[in-house]
Write a protein that binds this ligand. Structure first.
Ligand code: PMP
Length: 404
């Protein structure tokens, strides 16, 4: 049974008042809140087993290493990776994409093509632009339609044997569109291209199966799935991780170092130079255990209810336009009200204790497509409620009246 009040009680921050009003937190697309089990696990790590990993023979170092490696196994099981050495701990989605984009520098030549989509976050655009600048490869963009959906007929036409890698998000942070990644992956493989999926916005809502998807890379951030900031995962198929050169040099990633020549450690350590975010890595496993105890099917169906309800209620407001109207959408509503700047609404409703994001959401090409400066984005998580949506809609109506 999905009991949202019981779930809310797990999140201490949700009972806070902000600006004198009960917090309504609808900025989950930016980062999620943390349940008490995660907060406790961080404290437990530092109170009981803090030590550097993979180094010491001493007891605490072994305990910390075991906890870290157990978490790697939890993450492997969660996304159904074939091997645990295909799970690379990193600082987040941005780092993971940069690692792959940088590594492809050694595999591309001038004239090759790198494909992204019109729906990407800047962190899945800029690293590929760096790569193209370095190699002379060309950046190709899969276009979208007015509903904020990628146009697969155009994608088919853009693919060719020049395409070396296709990098797309699973779910758009700015509009909430769920992209047809199964199709994208299958078609890319037909021309021999690799596929990287940016799962930053998908992992809060669903459990990806990387073997069923057959993607070559899947990246996500811990902080959007109830874990702390500064930890994330790059999944890569073993064959690709072996092909890519190391990204950073330093301790942990070597087999042997001399001044003449250095050899590299095996996977996953080849990509994990330096002391990592140990507590973050351990607690990412705790966070996934917590979310799995609620169940991703329950999460998805409850969030769909919130999305349908929020969409219906917001559309009561005259002059309100929702951007991103695909039937295949996660619980994100991006909108504007005619004649009003999104920032002004965000500022007024903040005074009423409501947290939303306003602006371009690190996706300026999407805003340019719709010819708008930005949107107001309400993004719901499994701990939000319909009552909060009512408070939010009334607040937006009030702001609308004040500003028109
Ligand atoms: N891609 C998408 C789709 C995102 O939503 C985000 C975070 N807003 C990122 C990438 C970057 O994630 P991070 O800042 O955690 O590296």
């Amino acid at each position: 049974m999905f009991d949202v009040q019981k779930i809310r009680a797990d999140f201490p921050i949700l009972s806070q008042k902000v600006n004198g009003k009960p917090l309504v937190y609808f900025d989950n697309g930016a980062t999620s809140q943390k349940p008490q089990v995660v907060i406790d696990a961080i404290s437990k790590y530092y109170s009981e087993i803090n030590a550097n990993i993979h180094r010491g023979v001493h007891k605490l170092s072994q305990l910390a290493t075991d906890a870290y490696e157990n978490s790697r196994n939890t993450i492997q099981n969660h996304i159904n990776a074939k091997h645990n050495h295909e799970i690379i701990f990193c600082s987040g989605t941005t780092f993971g994409i940069n690692l792959v984009a940088s590594g492809f520098g050694s595999l591309l030549k001038a004239g090759d093509e790198v494909m992204v989509s019109a729906l990407e976050h800047h962190s899945n655009i800029v690293p590929w632009q760096f790569l193209c600048e370095r190699t002379g490869a060309k950046l190709v963009v899969i276009p979208m339609n007015q509903k904020g959906e990628l146009i697969m007929a155009e994608y088919d036409k853009l693919l060719s044997d020049k395409t070396k890698i296709v990098a797309v998000n699973h779910i758009s942070n700015a509009l909430g569109t769920v992209n047809p990644i199964e199709y994208i992956i299958k078609k890319a493989h037909e021309v021999g291209a690799a596929v990287l999926i940016d799962g930053a916005q998908a992992t809060p809502h669903l459990k990806p199966d990387v073997q069923a998807l057959d993607c070559d890379f899947y990246v996500f951030s811990g902080h959007k799935i109830c874990a702390p900031t500064g930890v994330g995962i790059l999944y890569g198929k073993e064959e690709w991780l072996r092909k890519l050169p190391p990204y950073q040099g330093g301790g942990e990633m070597i087999a042997e170092v001399t001044f003449e020549k250095t050899t590299y450690a095996d996977l996953p350590h080849k990509f994990e130079a330096g002391t990592p975010n140990i507590s973050g890595g351990i607690v990412l496993g705790t966070a996934l255990d917590y979310m799995n105890s609620i169940g991703f099917e329950n999460i998805a169906s409850y969030e769909q209810e919130l999305l349908d309800y929020g969409t219906k209620r917001l559309l009561e407001i005259e002059g309100l336009t929702i951007y991103g109207t695909s039937e295949n959408k996660a619980s994100v509503i991006s909108f504007n009200i005619e004649g009003i700047h999104p920032y002004d609404i965000g500022t007024i409703i903040d005074k009423l204790g409501i947290a939303v994001r306003t602006g371009h959401h690190c996706a300026q090409p999407i805003m340019n497509f719709f010819n708008i400066p930005g949107t107001i984005r309400a993004s719901f998580a499994f701990y939000n409620t319909k009552e909060e949506i009512d408070i939010f809609v009334e607040a937006v109506k009030k702001a609308h009246m004040m500003l028109s």
